[in-house]
Design a protein around this ligand. Structure first.
Ligand SMILES: [Cu+2]
Length: 209
């Protein structure tokens, strides 16, 4: 669950040559016993970076029941030779607390995802979140019109930290800020998400240093 970069390579089955230019549509689908739904997706660029087309998927649920299945579908057209294809790959999704959802005060359903810091350190760290909205079972657009107030604290010790920088929109529902971890241990990151002056909701994540 959460934010997953997806790295795609496409090879010509006759020549073995890797495609470096392609139009790719990535989609996700969860089939559950009584319904199905998609999740937020970031489409890959039409050119490779270090040999890969790079997109991303935010998986919003874990595969829990035996009847649950997630699939990832890659629809591609090789721009060099016009050949097209489609592949659907089953994926198993583990549970994670790095994504939270709540019904906002304006009745929209928001998914907030913490993209884990690779190596959280004592001191100032870059921190990044994504925010998406559930527009329908099959549509999860990025939310680009909110503000985020971030407060880190150590709940077991009763203190916060100074010099944090609230995350602000970069692009495509991504919000980047700076968090100051003044010591090792368990930190809680609380986000208050607002649209204008209206508080949509509050959510939090745990980071252990
Ligand atoms: Cu589901």
């Amino acid at each position: 669950m959460g934010y997953n970069k997806i790295y795609i390579q496409i090879f010509d089955s006759a020549t073995g040559t890797a495609a470096s230019k392609a139009n790719i549509t990535l989609s996700s689908l969860m089939n559950m016993a009584t319904m199905y739904h998609a999740s937020p997706v970031e489409q890959a660029d039409s050119t490779t970076k270090d040999g890969y087309f790079v997109g991303a998927v935010v998986f919003i649920m874990a595969t829990m029941e035996p009847t649950d299945t997630w699939t990832l579908t890659v629809n591609f057209k090789n721009s060099s030779n016009g050949k097209a294809g489609i592949v659907t790959i089953p994926v198993s999704i583990k549970s994670s607390t790095n994504i939270t959802s709540f019904v906002a005060s304006d009745s929209s359903k928001l998914f907030t995802t913490y993209i884990p810091i690779a190596k959280p350190q004592v001191g100032i760290n870059d921190i990044e979140f994504t925010i998406h909205q559930k527009a329908s079972m099959m549509s999860f657009p990025a939310v680009n019109d909110v503000s985020v107030e971030m407060t880190p604290d150590m709940p077991t010790m009763g203190h916060g930290s100074p010099n944090n920088v609230h995350p602000t929109l970069t692009a495509n529902g991504h919000y980047k800020g700076k968090v100051n971890f003044t010591m090792t241990g368990q930190w809680r990151i609380t986000l208050v998400i607002k649209k204008g002056l209206v508080t949509l909701g509050t959510t939090s994540f745990t980071i252990i240093l």
